[in-house]
Design a protein around this ligand. Structure first.
Ligand SMILES: [Zn+2]
Ligand SMILES: [Zn+2]
Length: 300
């Protein structure tokens, strides 16, 4: 596959033959006609889009001029196939990020109450939206129950309860990807480490940090969040009338607090998360990559 030689001035050092220097990539799409081409491709009912249809949609009369701009995009942002033109991932990302802002340009949501109570003091919980991040905190003691980026478009046409439910799904999904070693932002390799000290948005002492080796995207969580889909954990709750699919993760103390997590061994590292329900307890032992080694049920 070829790449544009936009960095032939010798400045940008390319590490792979398909990669563009970021500055060159931005320069390529920093042009009204080229952005219009990407948006037209986005708006098309079907892709690939034939050259003449694309040109008509963008509204450029001069075919040579249109072709020049289209060729600048082809390779990195757009791919040419027999039937016409389609997106490459980067091209779709550009349009998505341009359009995502327009879904809701000035998001404002008043803090609203959410289901559950504080794991630390039993106070009420409230969601706040700031800087395009949604956070759930205790109204009384301020304990954090999770915070994550939430695109403003996600606020549209949703009641506060629906926003909270969407946030719950989003956090579970993204953390699951990260724990499986896939960066939610760039799909690069994600590294998971157990961290015992330091501060994070959650204020938990023993926590999990996921950091992408490729793009540095980072997420943190309590250790228990990894267990939401583990069969023994799901079963333990189901047998006691709790469906983990229907409960927002922040209403489960072992998902948000480190109080239920213990380091039982250091060499090799072993963690134990304990969950209690109806007087019974389930103890789950995990290794440092958060794989479950064993579960132990202590029934009343
Ligand atoms: Zn509290
Ligand atoms: Zn990444």
């Amino acid at each position: 596959m070829s790449r544009s030689n936009a960095s032939s001035d010798g400045e940008g050092v390319l590490e792979c033959t398909d990669c563009l220097d970021p500055a060159d990539a931005f320069a390529l799409v920093g042009n009204e006609t080229r952005l219009a081409i990407l948006e037209a491709l986005w708006a098309a009912d079907e892709r690939p889009v034939a050259f003449s249809d694309l040109r008509r949609a963008v509204g450029v009369r001069d075919s040579a001029q249109f072709n020049y701009h289209l060729q600048q995009l082809t390779g990195h942002f757009v791919t040419q196939v027999e039937e016409g033109y389609a997106f490459k991932h980067a091209g779709e990302k550009v349009v998505r990020s341009v359009i995502a802002g327009s879904f809701n340009e000035d998001p404002s949501v008043e803090p609203f109450p959410v289901e559950g109570s504080c794991y630390a003091c039993s106070g009420s919980l409230e969601a706040t939206y700031e800087d395009e991040r949604l956070a759930i905190d205790c109204v009384d003691c301020g304990s954090g129950h999770g915070e994550y980026a939430f695109p403003p478009g996600g606020l549209n046409d949703r009641t506060p309860a629906e926003i909270a439910a969407a946030f719950d799904h989003r956090v579970r999904h993204l953390h699951c990807l990260a724990a499986d070693g896939v960066c939610p932002e760039c799909s690069g390799p994600m590294e998971t480490t157990i961290v015992e000290a330091g501060d994070c948005c959650l204020g938990v002492g023993i926590r999990v940090d996921h950091v992408c080796r490729q793009c540095d995207h980072a997420l943190c969580s309590a250790v228990g969040l990894r267990l939401l889909e583990h069969s023994a954990v799901v079963g333990f709750h189901r047998e006691r009338g709790v469906s983990l699919d229907d409960r927002p993760y922040w209403t489960l103390p072992w998902c948000v607090s480190d109080e239920y997590t213990r380091i039982t061994d250091r060499d090799p590292l072993r963690l134990e998360v304990t969950m209690a329900l109806e007087g019974d307890r389930l103890r789950v032992t995990m290794d440092e990559s958060l794989d479950v080694l064993e579960t132990c049920l202590e029934a009343r």
